[in-house]
Design a protein around this ligand. Structure first.
Ligand code: URA
Length: 209
């Protein structure tokens, strides 16, 4: 699918399978999400632009590669996005963080915004929006709209699992934003859950119901 990158690394796929199992504990789910998010982060940042910097090693000087440009921004769609955020910050500790507080109205399935805070100069930075589940994509679409309103123009969307309906909705709304995901599942059910999925990611990581 155009603009959709499936992260099919064996470790990602293996960890995802354990996360899907209903018997996986809250602690296990949270630990796996943190582990898997570092791997997803590795893939979503694979082609970042590089420059070089003259450094001195103990033996000589050399032009060594370093990341180019301003610090990355990770934009977490609350609350489940925070589960991906932590592992990503393990890998890119200098990243800036935006929070977009959206919850899904369980009746209409429409997103409702309750919080928005983003770093300055979004226009000069790569913004990676994170939410484990791309279901209807309503929240993701709104979050990206809000970040664009704040000046973001170079955006990637990273999730763990996607539904085909969500990918299609998201790509129609934001054709300029590539989607990175570990898997695209079968479909959404009538309650807006991804099938086979892994259940409610927020509930599973925080032990709520
Ligand atoms: N959000 C989740 O956490 N799980 C789904 O299956 C769909 C949306």
């Amino acid at each position: 699918m155009d603009g959709v990158i499936i992260i099919d690394h064996p470790l990602v796929q293996h960890k995802l399978t354990i996360m899907r199992k209903k018997e996986t504990s809250t602690a296990g789910f949270r630990r796996l999400l943190r582990e898997i998010s570092t791997l997803l982060c590795y893939e979503v940042t694979r082609n970042l632009e590089m420059t070089s910097e003259r450094i001195e090693t103990p033996l000589t000087t050399m032009d060594a590669p370093v990341l180019e440009g301003k610090k990355l921004v990770f934009a977490s769609i609350l609350r489940a996005g925070n589960g991906l955020l932590e592992g990503m910050l393990d890998l890119v500790p200098a990243a800036r963080v935006a929070h977009v507080g959206l919850y899904r109205d369980e009746t209409t399935l429409e997103p409702v915004e309750y919080y928005f805070k983003a770093p300055e100069q979004l226009g000069n930075r790569l913004v990676i929006v994170v939410d484990p589940m791309l279901a209807t994509a309503n929240s993701a679409i709104l979050a990206v709209e809000r970040l664009k309103q704040q000046g973001a123009s170079n955006i990637r969307f990273l999730c763990l699992l996607a539904a085909p309906e969500g990918v299609q909705n998201f790509r129609s709304a934001h054709p300029d934003v590539p989607v990175y995901t570990a898997a695209i599942d079968s479909h959404l059910n009538d309650l807006g859950y991804i099938v086979p999925g892994l259940g409610d990611a927020g509930d599973r990581m925080y032990g709520t119901k």
